[in-house]
Design a protein around this ligand. Structure first.
Ligand code: NDP
Ligand code: 8X3
Length: 252
């Protein structure tokens, strides 16, 4: 029986690299989700094996329910759910940040991930089989100026992943939070709202992680023997590490 891998945010970055990585396996069926229909169509044509695409916005709860119903109707059961769709918007300090941006991040990174999990987890529990991979971030553990709502959404992903593990104890269902640091994808272009110069500046003179690095790690996490669960895996490029905490010496 083919292993069914469902990837949200498969049109770019980590999701796309995961789709390419898993597509090379024999006997795998990919369910690829994103909003950009034309990119999904290209994937169907370029990837080997059985690939189905679903164009919807993970902020649309009704679309997720419809997706789950489509799977039920075709008797398709998801073995691995990669909750990857997500974004950051803006780097302004909290008092200057856009409330609309905050809501978009919450609706995508938290509610979208939660709805996908809620829709697909019951069939994993029924079969006593499955693996949920959530894309967290170093931002979920480590605050930085301008990170505000984005960091908080990833802290949700971290704790939600741990709590799923607690609830699923006794079932053969694994849950892993993969938390990358600096990685070069379309992430910064989206965060900087299309300003390519600003997005590129972040990666200049670095050897950032690549989407393929993260796909390799996710693939390894999934392929480990079933009795091993990676709870939380934080990964940074070697050129990245913590700095000292800031101290304001002008306040006295
Ligand atoms: P990209 O911008 O390259 O990819 C993001 C993907 O998410 C796209 O395929 C996009 O597809 C999809 N997406 C975004 N919003 C929605 C939505 N509302 N509904 C459906 N799909 C959506 O970024 P990355 O690959 O870097 O990011 C993937 C994940 O990794 C995110 O959760 C991000 O927060 C996280 N991450 C990224 C890091 C980095 O430095 N790059 C580091 C740590 C974590 P489409 O636009 O077609 O819908
Ligand atoms: C993306 C990594 O450090 O830009 O989640 O927040 S960071």
């Amino acid at each position: 029986m083919a292993e069914v891998i469902c990837i949200t945010g498969a049109t770019s970055g980590f999701g796309l690299a995961c789709a390419r990585k898993f597509a090379n396996d024999n006997d795998v069926e990919l369910l690829l989700i994103g909003r950009r229909e034309e990119r999904l169509q290209q994937l169907v044509q370029s990837l080997p094996g059985k690939v189905q695409t679903f164009s919807f916005d993970v902020r649309n709860a009704e679309a997720i329910d419809q997706f789950a119903r489509t799977l039920t109707d075709s008797n398709t059961q998801v073995d691995v759910l990669i909750n990857n769709a997500g974004l950051a918007l803006g780097t302004e300090p909290a008092d200057q940040a856009s409330l609309e941006d905050w809501n978009t991040m919450v609706d995508t990174n938290i509610k979208g991930l939660m709805h996908m999990t809620h829709a697909l987890l019951p069939q994993m529990v029924d079969r006593n089989k499955g693996h949920i991979i959530n894309l967290g971030s170093i931002a979920g553990s480590w605050p930085y100026p301008g990170g505000n709502a984005y960091c908080a959404t990833k802290a949700f992903v971290e704790q939600f992943s741990r709590c799923l593990r607690a609830d699923l104890l006794g079932k053969h269902i694994r849950v892993s939070n993969i938390a990358p640091g600096l990685a070069e994808t379309e992430f910064s272009l989206v965060r900087m709202k299309g300003d390519k110069a600003k997005a590129d500046a972040l990666y200049n003179d670095t050897q950032a992680l690549t989407p393929e690095d993260i796909a390799e790690i996710i693939y390894w996490t999934v392929k480990l023997p079933a009795h091993i669960n990676i709870n939380h895996l934080e990964v940074m490029p070697t050129c990245q590490a913590w700095g000292p905490l800031n101290i304001d010496k002008t306040m006295v």
